[in-house]
Design a protein around this ligand. Sequence first.
Ligand code: ADP
Ligand code: ADP
Ligand code: MG
Length: 464
Amino acid sequence: MTEGKIKKLLIANRGEIAVRIIRAARDLGIATVQVHSDADTESRAVRMADETVNIGPPAAAKSYLNVESILKAARDSGADAIHPGYGFLAENAEFADAVADAGLIFVGPSGDTIRLMGDKAAARAEAKKANVPTVPGSDGVIGDMDAAARLAEEIGFPVMIKASAGGGGRGIRIANDGEEFRTLAPQASSEAKAAFGDGGIYIEKVIERARHIEVQVLGDGEDAVHFFERECSLQRRRQKVWEEAPSIALGERVREELCAAAVALTKAVNYKGAGTIEFLYDDETGEFYFIEMNTRIQVEHPVTEMICGVDLVADMIAIAGGGKLRVNQSQVTRSGHAIEVRLNAEDPANNFMPFPGVVGELLAPDGPGVRFDHMLYPGYAVPPFYDSLLGKLIVWAEDRDKALMRLKRALDELQIEGLPTTAPLFQALLESDDVRASKVHTRWLEPWLAENPDLIRQKGGSET
Ligand code: ADP
Ligand code: ADP
Ligand code: MG
């Protein structure tokens, strides 16, 4: 599939996704350059890569977000392409442009596509144009607070105030009435300005008890295909903690509609690369609503890889190198059920407090149907400066019940000494009848956590 344009790939990211990208590059016969901060000189990705370049101090603003440093590392090492991973510069249109202007390949869509679809308010407009249902809300970013407050009344409270440039669950507020709205909206705007460099906000009706269902897509600029859906309804602070594919909430007809809508939107913007179209799905009415597109590889991509038998990271690199889609839609098939859980360096028995530390003994689960994508090794000191994601444990089996059994087996095998992780949360969730029956929605987990404070402790939370 590769047309061989990419010979050396620079990875402008860290952690487990950097490890994942190095593996995909190796499978394609592409050399790797791993950039890193002063805090990551001993990271697993640094140990694995063919070459490494120090790009600055621990603070992300001075290293992983430092465009000049990253471009210089690419020039000095002779890399011809840059993979941004997720987070950091992955959805930064100016970065994608700067990479292209430097004569290098950006592994992702063009800066213009990111501006169109990575900006959440703009993407809503594109979705509407492509006749994909969106959540009732404002047309584009709100300029005038009075008009916005009137619109919020019309939509009906509670409403969500969202940063157009937000991501990772950040930049979202809920207003329950007009008064709250008038206080929260300006606050949300100034926070978004500080956090994302863009104060644009928009509003959406709150869809109660919805499921988060998203569709994986891949486009080569001309054609696009989907790889079915993932369900990510188990969330804490609007961040996913458990993802699976397929969603057992979807009947075949809705699945087809949802995937067709995602492909239509992908084609409408001549999308090139890997992307995800996120929806909220209301079980009771059978309605789905577009919420956003992530114009990058996502944390939870492995569940799709497990059910479809594909390598999405290799495919996105190959497409960036000038390759075309390897498959047409009818060649994309799925089988079985996959579940991913996110292992964070956090103490679930202590309000998920981040807990960086040194990894002691490590027993990684494996065996049939188990995949563990992570950044750990015994003796590794987890730095305190970044996202707390250590890795993802993914299982596959013929059906969901068997996948749940396998997840339990893998979690029982897993031993990470030296620091608490979110593993006990998943041990506890596996005993919930609602989780076992998948009777969940995006606001299910937080009340469950509040009601079951001891369950996680019993599963070994807080023990190090
Ligand atoms: P996914 O669906 O892949 O989980 P998320 O939106 O949860 O996507 O983000 C993936 C990662 O990138 C997380 O670690 C998150 O913290 C980070 N991230 C995403 N968008 C942003 C952003 N705009 N600013 C800062 N971090 C972000
Ligand atoms: P981010 O860019 O941070 O990922 P999203 O717009 O994708 O933000 O929303 C993150 C999560 O917030 C969703 O998965 C869902 O749980 C919740 N959410 C977002 N929009 C709505 C809405 N209109 N109604 C109810 N919940 C929502
Ligand atoms: Mg999202």
